[in-house]
Design a protein around this ligand. Sequence first.
Ligand code: PMV
Length: 322
Amino acid sequence: MKAAAKVCANIALIKYWGKVSTALNIPAVGSISITLGNLWSETEVEFDESLPSDTLILDGQSRLDQLGRVTECLDLLRVRAGVEASARVVSHNNFPTGAGLASSASGLAALTIAAARALALELSPRSLSIIARQGSGSAARSIFGGFVEMHAGSTPDGSDSFAESLLAADTWPLEVVIAVTERGEKSVSSRAGMEQSALSSPYYSDWVATSTVDLDRGRRAVLGRDFEQLTNIAEHSCLKMHAVAMAAQPPLVYWNATTVACMHVIWDLRHSGVPVFFTIDAGPQLKAVCAPGFSQEVEKALRDVPGVLETLITGLGPGIIG
Ligand code: PMV
């Protein structure tokens, strides 16, 4: 009862922020993401009757703080397999953990797949996506490669809240440059940030109400491979999500000065004709998405921004890579 999985991270271009059910982790809005080929989590799961409880080693360290959602996800699979044994989980990310670089997406997706393999459960990609969602909303999308749409769904049990493929990675090979502006883990998790926003941000209801229009525009831009339209809607969705968070009480500002400096660099590049836009998740890292062939030029510009500690370049990936 031991198996491993290696799964790529993803970043949302049309953002998910907020839940209708915390217990089942059902998102309040759908989302559209791209799966990143060079950023991955590798996770090994071993079910062992002699273990008193689940254990988690993440990047070499025991992580009790992250164990809750790991156990929640494992429980869903244990019930299906009729197994009660606890599991030893060892996971590793090849990029900074918990810093707004989508480590929960790849980590919880890899956990779901490794555990399903260890329990010899034959599950469809859709079922895996539904289970991964309950570990982390964004993990539901990492089951698939390329461009992915996550449906918020409308059933109270979350059975229609899953991700599916929108467009294959090689059909429109966009490139991504990540500017790392801080290495530490973020102080407010996306889970807590979403809750705080839903409870106290006056803009939260408008965020939810306008999400279907944003999704329609994003889906059309992806399917039509229209970079300009994708630029407009993706930056709008990102800035709207952050505006909702900033207006929460207490406020949530995930950016630092370097994040903002990088935003201006991206706008300057675009005004000079480079097809590039940015997106930012619940952390201070900026992700620049560019049309095929432009990542070197964008990387050079971001690398020179004072405060940028490191840059990572990646193409789109297939989701499950091992
Ligand atoms: O599912 P989580 O907890 O990884 O939350 C994801 C939230 C954002 O990254 C900010 C947006 C998104 O859609 O990935």
